[in-house]
Design a protein around this ligand. Sequence first.
Ligand code: CP
Ligand code: NVA
Length: 302
Amino acid sequence: MFSDLISLADLSSDDLLSLLALADELKAMQKAGKPHRFLEGQTLAMIFEKPSLRTRLTFETGIFQLGGQGIFYKSKLGERESISDVARNLERWVDGIMARTFSHRAVLELAEFASVPVINALTDKLHPCQVLADAQALREHKGDFANLKLAFVGDGNNVCASWFNFAARIPLNVTLVCPEGYALDDDAAAFAQREAKGEVTITHDIEAGLQDADAVYTDVWTSMGQEDEQAERAAAFAPYQVNSKLMALAKKDAVFMHCLPAHRGEEVTDDVVDGPQSIVFDEAENRLHAQKAVMVALMKRT
Ligand code: CP
Ligand code: NVA
C-alpha cells in the first residue's frame, strides 16, 4: 500500500488498477447522485506555486463532494520558512496535502516531513494525477490497455514521464515522438524500459512513431517555468505539431489526447482538438474522479 502519491512508479500495478477501479466507481456514484462522503469533515491543504484551472477546481470540488474541505494556499515553498517546517505545521491541522511546485524536490521534502498523505499535483518532473485521469479516459474509449499504443508527440516533459512510469507498471506500449534534445531524462526512460511489460520507445521519426498508434497525446511545448526557452522550443517542435496530417499517420480510430491547457495553433490545431477523435474534455472530467479516488485511497479512515 502507498501512503503518498508522488510518482506512479512508487505504486504497484495492483495499486494502479485498484485506483482506476475506484475512480470508475466514484464516477458512477457521482453520475447516479449517490452520496459518497467518505472523507466527512476532513481537510486538504492545496499548495500552488504555479497557475491552474483543472487541478485546483477538481481537487477542491472533489474534496467537497467527499464531505471535506479544501484550503487553497498560494505560496512559493521554502522562501518564508523551510519546507520541513511547513510540513510539520500542516500535519497538525489538515488530513492531507496536495502540492503543485516548480521543484520536484519540494514535494519529496513535504512527503518526507509530513505524517499526513502528500499528493503531487504537478512538479517540473512528474504529473501523476493527470496520467491517472488520462488512463481512466483511455480505458473508457479503448477498453483494456493491453496491446494499445500511445504515441506521446512533443516534449519529454512531466506528463510524458508520468506516462512512462504508468507503462512501467501497466502493460501498454508508449512511444515518445520528439525532436532531438527533448526526450525525457535517461534515468526515467531506462527505468520504464527495464520494468515495462509492453514496449516503451523514443523516436525522432514522426511516421514511425505514429504508426499503429491507438492514442496520440500531446502537451504544450513550453511548460510552466521554461518561458525563457519559448522561441527555441517553438522552432524545434514545429514539425511535431499535431494536425490532421499527423493524425492521419495513426490508426483511423485513434483518439487524440491532451492534458490541457492547449496552445491552439502551436502543439495542436483547432480541427484536431475540437474534432471527433478528441477526448480532451473526458480527460479533464476524469481529473475529478481520479483524484477523488486518490484522496479516498490515501485519506479514508477505516
Ligand atoms: N492539466 C492540468 O493540470 O491543468 P491545470 O494546469 O489547469 O491544472
Ligand atoms: N507540461 C505542462 C503541463 C500543464 C498541465 C506544464 O508543466 O506546464
